[in-house]
Design a protein around this ligand. Structure first.
Ligand SMILES: [Zn+2]
Ligand SMILES: [Zn+2]
Length: 367
């Protein structure tokens, strides 16, 4: 009887979990005609200097609603080697992929090429065989091999204080050479808890894909306070669909947005599409005998929108700067001076970063 009760209990629990999972709103609505694929392309396990088995990385990603991850253990830095010797450097990927087999999560193969500056640490993802990237004395050879395997190659934490004591990301001649030869395709503007405006400038000036990753070594729930509503840095790929080929193609084409703490970071054209899909305005209405327009703004995303109004009107209950909470809404009262049937409201998104000290500007149309 006890066992039966327990069985029923866990069945009910499972059903509730499924219902909650099914009702979970996406982090962001996808722009029309596109899939917004959530990724973390920089993750460690015990197979380099991480603290957890690859299974846990898969479970974390599933719990956190990610679509695609890459386990990128250090090729050369192997502090657990005495306890976990593994001549096969594809092993952490194999375990994670098997664990994710019957789930919605895609695991792709990756590695971190680990060097002093220059070039510093470089991630290679979408590769075929990690073992072939082992060139302990020649970073360039590993990068060449990653390219030979059609990998997507990006520069990790160019602002890392262990390699850049001033925290400033800057290009060395070797990076310029790699960019010129199209051997380097992306750069982390966000790594773990840091954001680099200098890396953002490097990305925009050199046509590199903007990437943000967790670079997690411990548990994501502790590092990013998941239980308190936090989230790891996520790179969203604006992809044609969710297939690995389409995601890879979009990454090479630089079609990304990074979600870091409360801010979104990306090229203007991509953030414009995201805001269009995730911030909407109702039609306007007036109370009898008044010419103060009522407009309801709705945020469909999991991040707040910090808005600064740039137009000529003034508001009846707010200043020109206000916040719409995640998945929330806000009604603004616009003093339009004459009765209108629709409004075009120009805004700056203060937490939408399109460049160093630059924020997204856009116009919101009422329905
Ligand atoms: Zn690193
Ligand atoms: Zn790393």
């Amino acid at each position: 009887m006890l066992d039966l009760n327990r069985g029923l209990g866990s069945l009910v629990f499972a059903l509730i979990s499924v219902l909650i999972y099914a009702q979970q709103e996406p982090f962001f609505r996808s722009p029309e005609g596109l899939s917004l694929v959530s990724t973390d392309l920089h993750i460690h396990t015990v197979f380099s200097d991480g603290a957890v088995w690859p299974n846990i990385r898969v479970d974390e990603a599933l719990r956190e609603g990610l679509d695609l991850i890459s386990i990128t253990d250090h090729l050369e830095y192997q502090p657990h080697q005495a306890d976990i010797p593994h001549p096969n450097r594809n092993r952490s990927y194999d375990i994670a992929r098997d664990h994710a087999k019957d789930s919605e999560l895609t695991v792709i193969k990756g590695a971190e090429i680990t060097r002093s500056m220059p070039p510093g640490h470089i991630n290679a993802v979408f590769i075929r065989d990690v073992n072939k990237l082992l060139f302990p004395d020649d970073a360039k050879a590993a990068i060449l091999e990653a390219n030979k395997q059609d990998g997507f190659v990006f520069w990790n934490h160019p602002n890392w204080e262990a390699q850049r004591p001033d925290g400033i990301a800057r290009l060395e001649p070797l990076h310029k050479e790699l960019i010129k030869k199209k051997l380097l395709h992306g750069i982390e503007v966000v790594n773990f808890t840091t954001f680099s405006e200098e890396a953002m400038t490097i990305a925009l000036e050199n046509d590199l894909t903007i990437v943000g990753t967790s670079d997690v070594h411990g548990l994501t729930t502790w590092d990013f306070r998941i239980s308190e509503g936090g989230h790891r840095p996520i790179t969203f790929v604006l992809s044609k669909n969710k297939s690995v080929e389409a995601v890879k193609k979009a990454l090479f084409a630089g079609k990304t947005m990074v979600w870091f703490k409360d801010i979104i970071i990306g090229r203007e054209e991509h953030l414009s599409k995201i805001i269009k899909a995730n911030l909407t305005a109702s039609s306007i209405s007036y109370n009898k005998d008044e010419i103060i327009a009522k407009v309801k703004l709705k945020n469909h995303a999991a991040t707040p929108f910090h808005l600064s109004y740039k137009g000529l009107y003034t508001f009846h209950e707010d200043s020109s700067v206000f916040i719409i909470p995640p998945h929330g809404e806000k009604t603004i009262l616009v003093k339009t001076l004459e009765r209108k049937t629709s409004l075009e409201l120009p805004f700056e998104l203060l937490n939408g970063i399109t460049g160093a000290k630059k924020h997204l500007t856009f116009s919101l149309l009422t329905q």
